[in-house]
Structure formats: C-alpha cells, structure tokens
Design a protein around this ligand. Structure first.
Ligand code: UD1
Length: 417
C-alpha cells in the first residue's frame, strides 16, 4: 500500500491539462457493449476504476486495448451475460452494465455493486426503471437475475430523484428497446450529455440529454464509432482548490468552464480571480481566502457533491465561517475528522458541516476513506505547515490520474512511497 508525503506551504505555478472525466468514461465503456462493433474512445483517463471496467468488458468476452489515453473496445466477440461478485464489488458504476448487458443479451446476472462508502447507495431506481422497460428481475442472495425474454419495450419512466446512474442505465437499455422511452426528472449532468453524444454517434436516437426530460427512440442496432471523453470537472475543481489554498496562480487547460458554472462563483467569493477563455481557466488566489456563503450540494446544475470535500479543505483556511449542506449522500463527511487532525475547525452533524476558518493548518498523519475525501486531504496538506503523511492512496487512483505527478509539475513537493 502506498502513502503520499506532502510538504505544505509551497506555491504552485504553471499550466496543467485536465484529464478526461471518469464519470463519462465509465458509462460509455459499458455502452460499447451495445454496438457489437469497435469503438475508439479518446481521452480515457488511466485510473483504477477504468481498469475494473476494462476487466469487466474482457470478462464478458470483449476485446479491449489501451494506447495511451485511447481505449479501443471490440464487443463483437462478447459472449458473457454475467459479472462475478468480485468485480461488481470493486466499484459502484459496475451497475451501469446491467442495462447494457440486458439490452445486448436479453438477460443479465449481476450482484449489488460496491464503491466508496458514502452512506446507503440503493439501486431501486435502476431496477424499477428496467422493470418498466419490460425486464423481469429477481434477487437471490445478493445476486440480481434480470431477463427480458421478449425484448425491452420503451416506456415512460419518472425518476423520484434525478439519479445519474439510473438515467444512464435507462438511456443505454432504451437505445435498443422497441419504441420510445421518456425519462422525466432525468439527471442533467454533463456526463449524461456525453453518453448521449456517444450513443447518437453509434446510431441511437437520444434527445433532450442535459434537460429534465430525455427521449430515447429505440433502434434495431448500433454500430461502432470514435468519441472523445469530456474533461473532468471534478478534477478541475480539485486543482482550483489546490491553487486557492496555496495562494497560487495556475492555468487549467482542456477544461469546459461552463461545466463549472456553480463552482467558479464559490472561488470568486473566496477572493480568487477566475478568468475563463475557451477551454482554459486561469485562477489566481489571494494571500488569505475569505469564507463563502453556504455551499449546498444539489444535482447538476447545482454545486456537485463530488467537489464538496476539496472545497471544504479550502474553507478550513478561509477567514470566517462557511456552512456546507450535503444533500446528495448521507455520509459524505468522513474527511472532516481527518481535516481536524490537521488543525481545521469543523463540526459536522447529519447533512450540515460548519467550518470556522483557521489561520494555518499543521501537518499530521491522515487516513483517506474515500475518493473525494482523499482529494480534500491532499488540498489541505498542500497548505499545512510541515510534511503530511497520507495513507491509502488507492482511493485517489480511482479518480485522479497520477495526482502526485500533476502537483509536482506545478511545483508542489509531493512524494509517493
Ligand atoms: C454518480 C457519480 C458520483 C456522484 C453522483 C452524484 C458516476 C460514476 N458517479 O454516482 O461521482 O457523486 O453521481 O452526482 O457517475 N439513489 C437511490 N436509488 C437509486 C440510485 C440512487 O436512492 O437507485 C440515491 C443515492 O443513494 C444518492 C442519490 O440518489 O443518495 C444520488 O445517486 P446517483 O445520482 O445515482 O449517483 P451515482 O450514479 O451512484
């Protein structure tokens, strides 16, 4: 198991390219199953979650090769319709394969997915929606058996919550269903739009992605295509937090500023100057940050839950009080106890966390508990006095491609041991 040693209080400077979005690449990789053909996906980040996804595709019989940041998948030889529990447990997104395998094979056998522990993460919305599309689903001893003997049929699906994963699963399954599927209260995240773009390039007929109502006209078959994954807005927000806490100026390249529409104002309120131009964001931070108004996480276009932890790290050293309200996941404050080890003054109860900014953080051994919580600890360590030792970097590798290298290139003193 590797650790990170981070020597704080170093200024960052320079340019950094933002990696492709994990949360786009995962559903799109699952969707490659549908086309029974070759797909070429550019800008796929090198992450352990992507490796698990590739392992699942290979287990199902697909061929996958990586050439730098390009993944080539060939789902022609696919024969499997089952994913073993050991692979399902490795990440939450493995559930996205349910709609894809079902649409391609008419049946699918999976287990309940694993992933970061952020509180209960049910899949009822996924299962209810697939039942509406005609799937028969039974659950035995943690295994989900799903079949559609007469094929899937389009239906109206009203989601009780705009779940990202459920919206993706329905879009994927409905692309090959007979007739029209209408999803209301659909998730509107940029990654949903990216999935729709990929599916449409393969010959699917998806409209309304990015809005509350998504319409999918089922088609008889899909074909392969080539597609470039969008930039990762959460990685961008994390790097901006790193610049903010260190009073630095950095330039982010290959980013889509409009995807950060609810995030950039928080940095501006904290006193940073944020300039966007084309696919670039330049952030210049003041010597001391100011606290910002309440940060409430909500589905897109609201403030993303995935950026809550790194931005909280920023609030710990801002002058004044910042209140966070986490509305998406029940248990997403595990980083709070670790931030406190570094001297942060944070109290969290239920969905609310109150951060009283302190003048300085101090290094301490810290332990990561989940992906975005790890990112928060890295951000905090970058401004802490002394050398912070962080355990369990495997969480980071799920979502950040070589973050230690990226930060070193920007001038940070970060060592992986
Ligand atoms: C996706 C993202 C994750 C992000 C999250 C919210 C990927 C791979 N992951 O996760 O990084 O934090 O969106 O933006 O894209 N829910 C149910 N029943 C369901 C499904 C979800 O109650 O069947 C609840 C969840 O418990 C959670 C909320 O809905 O409280 C949001 O979950 P969802 O949008 O589905 O998140 P994921 O797709 O798992």
């Amino acid at each position: 198991m590797s650790k990170l040693l981070i020597e704080g209080q170093r200024k960052l400077r320079g340019e950094v390219r933002v990696q492709g979005a994990k949360n786009s690449a995962l559903p799109i990789l699952a969707a490659t199953i549908l086309c029974g053909d070759e797909s070429v996906l550019h800008n796929c980040p090198c992450l352990s979650d992507i490796d698990v996804c590739v392992e699942i595709l290979r287990y199902l019989g697909c061929r996958v090769s990586r050439h730098g940041h390009t993944l080539v998948t060939d789902s022609r030889p696919m024969t499997g319709d089952e994913i073993p529990t050991s692979l399902m447990r490795q990440m939450r997104s493995s559930i996205i394969f349910l709609g894809a395998i079902l649409a391609r094979c008419g049946r699918a056998y999976l287990s309940f997915p694993g992933g970061c522990e952020l509180g209960p993460r049910p899949i009822d919305l996924h299962l209810d929606a697939l039942r509406k599309l005609g799937a028969e689903i039974t659950e035995h001893h943690g295994r989900i058996c799903c079949s559609a003997p007469s094929g899937l049929c389009g239906a109206s699906v009203a989601l009780a919550f705009p779940s990202v994963g459920a919206t993706e699963n329905i879009m994927i399954a409905a692309s090959l269903a007979k007739g029209t599927t209408i999803i209301t209260n659909a998730a509107r995240e940029p990654e949903i739009v990216d999935l729709a773009d990929y599916l449409n390039k393969c010959g699917a007929c998806v409209s309304g992605a990015g809005e509350g109502t998504v319409i999918i006209e089922g088609v008889g078959s899909l074909h392969g295509t080539s597609h470039t994954i969008i930039p990762d807005r959460i990685v961008a927000a994390t790097l901006m937090s790193a610049a903010a806490v260190t009073g630095s100026e950095i330039l982010l390249r290959d980013v889509i500023p409009s995807h950060l529409g609810s995030v950039i104002p928080v940095f501006e309120e904290a006193g940073c100057q944020v300039d966007t131009q084309g696919g670039r964001i330049n952030i210049s931070a003041p010597q001391r940050l100011r606290s910002f108004r309440m940060v409430r996480t909500t589905p897109y276009p609201g403030f993303p839950t995935d950026a809550q932890a790194p931005v909280m790290a920023m609030a710990t050293v801002a002058k004044g009080t910042t209140v966070f309200v986490e509305n998406i996941f029940e248990n997403r404050y595990k980083h709070v106890e670790e931030l406190k080890r570094l001297g942060a003054n944070v109290s969290a109860e239920g969905r609310v966390a109150v951060v009283e900014g302190v003048g300085e953080l101090f290094s301490a051994p810290v332990q990561a508990w989940d992906l975005r919580g790890s990112a928060a600890l890295v951000v905090a360590a970058l401004c802490a006095q002394g050398v912070t030792e962080m355990d369990t970097t495997s969480f980071l590798q799920r979502g950040y491609e070589d973050l230690d290298v990226t930060l070193r290139d920007l001038g940070a003193v970060v060592k992986k041991i």
